[in-house]
Design a protein around this ligand. Structure first.
Ligand code: CAA
Length: 256
């Protein structure tokens, strides 16, 4: 049984709750291992259509666990490639939404950005304060945040370590939507159920196509998108989705 996360399931949606509340969900190695171990089989499970990742009311996650790292040497960090396992989480193909309440700082902000998108409660606070600890972001913050919100603001946040609130995060495009704290979990779970109701292979390529925009030139990205669009005409999802529209009925994406 995992000790640092809880996993619950509602239909096709898997809710992952970070569960180190006393440490404000600081991300230690055990938590990272549990996330990968528990979610890897669910990622491959066709009956799972969406992950939701959340924390506590006070903190999504206040960063990587500073106490675990503080005495480490360069050799130790480099030898085990500390934080490398988080890239496995980023590469899971099941759509994933971060529901952020309270602090999402350092590795917490980076974990939220590893999800496909972030929905924030009006209590959320984001930041990359690593510079205050004498380090920089190490789980993708300098890269993902810069692509998400642009160089100027990302640079400001990484150099000053200042926190931004939910309204500022929405304004700069770090989050997709802000929801009152009392309603956020209902809202996100419903949204996740909507995504999970579609055909999983299509949702998977939809997120891959959007993510390609960060990697490819416009010409390459457009061609990749069009070829994948063509290939979806080989799927049950396209036959069923379009037939259902024409026949004025709800689609059934799972024929079993
Ligand atoms: N690592 C380890 N423990 C942490 C932690 C972290 N990142 N953040 C909070 N905690 C612990 C505190 O040490 C404290 O534990 P004790 O009760 O045992 O002392 C407990 O959580 C509660 O924290 P506070 O008493 O500090 O709570 P607060 O409400 O006064 O302040 C806060 C909240 C502003 C978020 C403050 O806890 C804070 O600044 N935390 C650190 C934020 C940070 O620097 N994050 C970046 C970490 S480095 C990183 O993430 C690198 C990377 O790129 C991956």
């Amino acid at each position: 049984m995992p000790e640092n996360i809880t996993i619950t399931r509602e239909g096709r949606v898997v809710l992952v709750t970070l569960n180190r509340p006393k440490q404000l969900n600081a991300l230690n190695s055990a938590l990272a291992r549990e996330i990968i171990q528990e979610l890897a089989p669910l990622d491959r499970d066709p009956s799972v259509g969406c992950f939701v990742l959340t924390g506590s009311e006070k903190a999504f996650a206040a960063g990587a666990d500073i106490k675990e790292m503080s005495d480490k040497s360069y050799d130790e960090m480099a030898e085990i490639d500390f934080f490398a396992e988080w890239e496995i989480f980023a590469k899971f193909r099941t759509p994933k939404i971060a529901a952020v309440r309270g602090f999402a700082l350092g590795g917490g902000c980076e974990l939220a950005m590893m999800c496909d998108y972030i929905i924030a409660s009006d209590t959320a606070k984001f930041g990359q304060p690593e510079i205050k600890l004498g380090v920089i972001a190490g789980i993708g913050g300098t890269q993902r945040m810069t692509k998400l919100i642009g160089r100027a603001k990302s640079m400001q946040l990484h150099l000053t370590g200042r926190m931004i609130d939910a309204a500022e995060a929405l304004e700069c495009g770090l989050v997709a939507q802000v929801i009152p704290d009392a309603e956020i979990m209902d809202h996100v779970m419903k949204e996740a159920a909507t995504i999970a109701g579609y055909a999983k292979p299509v949702a998977q390529v939809a997120r891959e196509a959007v993510n390609r925009a960060e990697e490819l030139s416009l010409a390459e990205g457009l061609l990749w998108e069009r070829r994948v669009f063509h290939s979806l005409f080989a799927t049950h999802a396209q036959k069923e989705g379009m037939a259902a529209f024409v026949e004025k009925r709800a689609p059934n994406f799972r024929p079993d």
